[in-house]
Design a protein around this ligand. Structure first.
Ligand code: ATP
Ligand code: MG
Length: 723
């Protein structure tokens, strides 16, 4: 049979074969949840469901493409018709379809975080909050969370006023103006892609009914990390047919800081009574040792239903745990082990290094470069965020959507054409005061007799360039359009002229070539799919890219990424690094119980990515964010019963000066410790103070714990109590 259910075990088959009614697949890591989704879609098609009536929501576009490919294998000719996409791309698709109902231009722009910040800063200027410029990121975050919670500016304001929280109240004022500016620019931010769709379905019964019957089946992967908007969207779309299948694992909920709500999966059965619940227990990914370590760690979470996981795989190799003197030594150790692995025949693409914070990647990059090992970092500065690439995108966006003020203001004087920052500022202020788009305000300024002749000429020049470009690119495929943009705006010639003086110019030109290549590849894909390539569609594809989408899993290189990004992925060999109290779990002893549980789930996710080999490392001291930390090994090592297994590198750490601390907790430093004193640490138990050095924020206490281990602790981080 095409959708050969033989490739599934009986429990998986029960899930994939349950074709009608609500279905919850609740299972631990690596048990084949994602596989069940794929096979179930194939089974549905085989059972006669039209592929275009199936909506399968995944976490990344890449996962969606992979799903389409696998369905195509299982049900040839029909995989591409399935709606496999992320929630955000689904939102974009629906909003394009119904843009007129929402008063949006069809060619609306999708703003990324840096565009959002720009808009927030503009709103702050107008509100007289300019001194808070550095907080633009914070406000954008609050506005985005509000949208994820389906709060429009009005509802958010009511909440903010009730909260007596100054940041939220400022955010509420900014939100209103920010939203008006977004609308004026014919743009949507990421949150809007969900919020506006939910509003659309709520306010337009005919649209709601259309989509409720357009799809007969809805499937959602990684349901434990859905936010409120995604939850409402799922419920709304499934309300009629109720053929909704969600899969997930409450132990892998790691995005609550981005608005995800673990209750969505916990309460699925309440939302969809009579749901069939399938649990999967057999793990197909990892060795028994790896699975055991993961199980021991997650077992310490109280807010969870216990579950069983087993494997037929053998115990596999021992998990290697290593203590290193500092982060540089840790990176060198990791590189050494990678070299051993490759010498033993493992390919680089099978190896991943995970860390808790992006800042940790630097030492690995340096060590890998020194070891001449190719690597790829997932989620670092993305290609499409580079200055020259963003400039080219900005031109493209302005051509497609002339109202897009953020993009236009970006390129008004790039390449330099004699429109100074002061001119732009006055024009922006005039646009705000008169509720004009930036393009209209620029045009008015160009015709204003009070404008100096040189500025008028420059402004007219810009307008003519854009008009000529708009005519030239009409109907062209995206690749050709981008090529023309770089020529006709003079951008390329400008950079070429900078080659002598600007050491970055060569790299920028190279990136632009790379950009043209990427767009041409997009053109090819569109052609293969039987569509004409359009600039607008390409812009949308770029805007909807997730961090993982840009990642080439097949390139022969070591993968570096944060643990958050690793969800759903698997690698034969995995390094979990920086296992230190304060770093992982972040906050250490000061973290709230909820945060600690989320950190622990993150650790569970990290461990369960490994198929064959797992390495874990921690550094006795670490320089991070400009400070030196001396942390204890992570409690997760103790919980996994791996702490005793730690090896030590014989390299002594170079002595380091401690830098003054920032806003970190002072909980312990206020208290005095003296040699000989008995103390207690929540994970490491009781011990005796051997030595006290430094004072205040740099107070360090050396303790010999009763288990024989001694550690030098920075008192302000260590939850050390007098016994
Ligand atoms: P995660 O919780 O990490 O998202 P998951 O539950 O989605 O994991 P999958 O990624 O679907 O699990 O599967 C994990 C691995 O096990 C994959 O390599 C998959 O191909 C394999 N696998 C799953 N089920 C089977 C099976 N019945 N037979 C053979 N291999 C399987
Ligand atoms: Mg999965």
């Amino acid at each position: 049979m095409p959708a050969d259910l033989e490739a599934l075990n009986p429990e998986q088959q029960a899930g994939a074969g349950h074709l009608y009614g609500p279905l919850l697949v609740l299972a631990g890591a690596g048990t084949g949840k994602t596989r069940v989704i794929t096979y179930r879609v194939a089974r549905l098609i085989e059972a006669g469901v039209a592929p275009e009536r199936i909506l399968a929501v995944t976490f990344t576009n890449k996962a969606a493409a992979e799903m389409r490919r696998r369905i195509e294998e299982l049900a040839p000719g029909r995989g591409a018709l399935v709606w496999a996409c992320t929630f955000h791309s689904f939102g974009a698709r629906l909003l394009r379809r119904h843009h007129d109902l929402l008063g949006l231009p069809k060619a609306f722009t999708i703003y990324d975080v840096s565009d959002q910040k720009k808009l927030a800063v503009e709103a702050m200027k107008e509100l007289g909050l300019e001194d808070q410029r550095s907080k633009a990121g914070l406000y954008v975050g609050l506005i985005s969370r509000a949208k994820d919670d389906l709060l429009d500016a009005g509802s958010y304001e009511i909440h903010a006023l009730a909260s007596a929280d100054a940041s939220r109240q400022a955010a509420a004022r900014i939100y209103k103006l920010y939203q008006r500016k977004l609308e004026q620019a014919g743009a949507l931010d990421f949150g809007d892609l969900l919020l506006r769709v939910c509003q659309l379905l709520r306010d337009h019964p005919e649209v709601r009914e259309h989509w409720q019957s357009a799809f007969s089946h809805l499937l959602v992967d990684e349901y434990q990390d859905t936010n409120h908007a995604q939850y409402v969207l799922t419920k709304t779309l499934a309300a009629k047919h109720r053929n909704v299948c969600v899969v997930g694992d409450e132990d892998q909920a790691i995005y609550s800081w981005r608005g995800a709500d673990i209750r969505n999966i916990r309460e699925f059965e309440r939302d969809f009574p009579n749901a069939k619940v399938v649990t999967l227990e057999r793990n197909y990914r990892s060795t028994a040792r790896i699975l055991e370590a993961a199980g021991l760690v997650i077992h310490h979470n109280k807010q969870r239903k216990p579950k069983r996981l087993w494997t037929e795989a053998g115990p596999g190799e021992a998990i290697r745990v290593q203590e290193l003197p500092n982060e540089a030594a840790e990176a060198a150790w990791v590189v050494g082990r990678i070299q051993e692995e490759t010498a033993a025949g493992r390919s680089l693409r099978e190896i991943a290094v995970f860390y808790r914070t992006n800042a940790q990647s630097r030492s690995f990059e340096e060590a890998l470069r020194r070891g001449r090992l190719p690597y790829k970092i997932v989620g670092a500065v993305r290609f499409y965020e580079r200055k020259e690439v963003k400039d080219a995108l900005a031109y493209a966006r302005v051509l497609v959507n002339p109202a897009d003020s953020v993009s236009l203001s970006r390129v008004v004087n790039v390449p330099p054409r004699g429109i100074g920052a002061r001119t732009l500022e006055t024009v922006e202020a005039a646009a705000a005061a008169r509720s004009l788009t930036l393009a209209d305000a620029l045009a008015a300024r160009a015709e204003d007799p009070g404008t100096p002749p040189r500025t008028r000429a420059a402004l007219r020049g810009l307008r003519e360039t854009l008009e000529a470009l708009r005519r030239a690119v009409a109907g062209l495929p995206a690749g050709a359009a981008i090529g023309l943009i770089l020529e006709l705006t003079g951008y390329k010639a400008w950079l070429e002229g900078e080659l002598e003086t600007d050491p970055e110019a060569a790299a920028r030109l190279e990136n632009l070539n790379e950009l043209v290549n990427a767009v041409r590849e997009h053109d090819e894909r569109e052609k293969a799919a039987g569509r004409a390539s359009e600039l607008g569609r390409w812009l949308e594809e770029v805007a909807l890219q997730t961090d993982l989408d840009a990642y080439d899993a097949d390139a022969p290189a070591v993968t570096l990424m944060t643990m958050h990004l690793a969800k759903g992925l698997e690698y034969p060999a995995v390094f979990l690094t920086g296992l230190e109290e304060g770093l992982f779990p972040i906050g250490g002893g000061n973290a709230t119980p909820e945060d600690l549980e989320e950190e622990r789930r993150l650790c569970y996710v990290g461990i369960t990515r490994a198929r064959e080999r797992l390495f874990m490392s921690y550094a006795a001291t670490r320089r991070l964010f400009g400070q030196v930390y001396a942390n204890l090994p992570s409690r997760f090592l103790l919980e996994a019963r791996l702490f005793g297994a730690a090896g030590r590198e014989p390299v002594p750490a170079a002595p380091r000066r401690e830098s003054p601390a920032g806003a970190a907790s002072l909980r312990a430093s206020a208290r005095g410790f003296s040699p000989g004193q008995r103390v207690r640490h929540p994970q490491f138990g009781s011990g005796r103070v051997l030595e006290v050095s430094g004072s205040g924020e740099t107070l360090k206490v050396t303790v010999r714990f009763d288990d024989g281990r001694s550690a030098k602790l920075l008192a302000r981080y260590a939850p050390l109590e007098p016994a």
